[in-house]
Design a protein around this ligand. Structure first.
Ligand code: CP
Ligand code: NVA
Length: 344
């Protein structure tokens, strides 16, 4: 039996050209400018749970790689980066951008993505979900209510786990946003990013990323809606290293004054729908043309989307010439392809 089986196995291996490792070997000596993405193992196997746990060097590497993927988007070698690999996408909340860009991204990298929807931890413990997925696939992307859920997935699997939005952070969004800032402003240092609105998951990730790459960050929010205290402290510590300033104020004009980049997000995040009176607290925080007039005249307007025109942003602003919201949406694709190519 054994004698028959081993030649058969060799025959299958030779016929299918199976590689000893699941990840395909990179093109030999960098015929493509993208080849180095595969040869550099600086982040291989790393979880991307938040900007908090990424070094400045890793953040720059992801953004630079995303920019390379954007510039070389028709380079065929991209289809080798995830060849034969599978991503599982777990969604506890709705999505347009995150779902489509991760799935399209895997297709463009030569791999495959599986979409799963539903609250985790109901049918079986989250740790068991992770231990099963670990045996079948190469990477998990999860959009969860509680940040703890992505941490449990990571703690119980050896494959990389990517946070596709939790109540604490939205790291893929912030990375795509800083790629967008680089495309429009050409630098990170010497810029002021003003976030007007709720001190939420998106604000947390932007604030940490700003601090780590040296962009001044000012958040204008109503009293009681300041960002998570631990994240704010971490951002202030990181800012000491880069020379960036981190300001939180309840005055939207103070926050937006002389900003190069103006950012807002919904007032009521997914999972907060029952907090119907929350919007009242934000009525003076709409980013309208008048508030925008306090920012620099060449400032850009950003929003992670989905947006509520007439609530956190005036239609004239989000649909006006300063708006770069669809560049941000496009860059979700490049930034996440960069993350997947670097960690898988
Ligand atoms: N910005 C963002 O994450 O969009 P989706 O909720 O549509 O994924
Ligand atoms: N803060 C929003 C972002 C959506 C992309 C939310 O969590 O619903």
């Amino acid at each position: 039996m054994l004698n028959v089986f081993i030649p058969l196995l060799n025959y299958i291996k030779e016929t299918l050209h199976l590689s000893p490792s699941q990840r395909m070997a990179p093109p030999a000596t960098g015929s493509s400018p993208l080849a180095k993405v595969l040869t550099e193992d600086l982040m291989r196997g790393k979880d991307v749970l938040g900007i908090a746990s990424l070094s400045a060097q890793e953040l720059h590497l992801i953004i630079d790689t995303a920019q390379q993927l954007y510039i070389n988007k028709f380079d065929d070698t991209q289809t080798l980066f995830a060849k034969g690999q599978t991503l599982v996408m777990l969604f506890e909340k709705p999505s347009l951008r995150t779902r489509v860009t991760f799935e399209a991204g895997m297709t463009q990298l030569g791999g495959h993505a599986i979409y799963m929807e539903g609250q985790l931890g109901l049918r079986e413990p989250v740790s068991d979900v992770a231990k099963n997925l670990d045996r079948w696939v190469d990477c998990i992307m999860a959009r969860t209510f509680e940040h703890k859920t992505v941490e449990i997935l990571a703690a119980n699997s050896k494959i990389p786990v990517i946070n596709g939005l939790s109540d604490l952070e939205h790291p893929c969004q912030a990375l795509a946003d800083f790629q967008t800032i680089l495309q429009h402003k050409g630098k990170f240092k010497g810029l002021k990013l003003a976030f007007i609105g709720d001190g939420n998951n998106v604000a947390n990730s932007l604030m940490l990323l700003a601090a780590k790459v040296g962009t001044d960050f000012a958040l204008g929010c109503p009293a009681g809606y300041e960002p998570n205290a631990d994240i704010l402290n971490l951002a202030k510590q990181e800012a000491l290293k880069t020379g960036a300033t981190i300001t939180v104020t309840n005055d939207p004009i103070e926050a937006i004054k002389n900003a190069d980049v103006v950012y807002t997000d919904v007032w009521i995040s997914m999972g907060e729908e029952a907090q119907t009176d929350k919007a009242l607290a934000f009525k003076n925080f709409q980013v309208d043309s008048k508030l925008m007039s306090y920012a620099k005249s060449d400032s850009i307007f950003m929003h992670c989307l989905p947006a509520h025109r007439g609530e956190e942003v005036e239609g004239l602003v989000i649909d006006g010439p300063q708006s770069v919201v669809y560049d941000q949406a496009e860059n979700r694709l490049h930034a996440q392809k960069a993350i997947m190519s670097l960690v898988m």
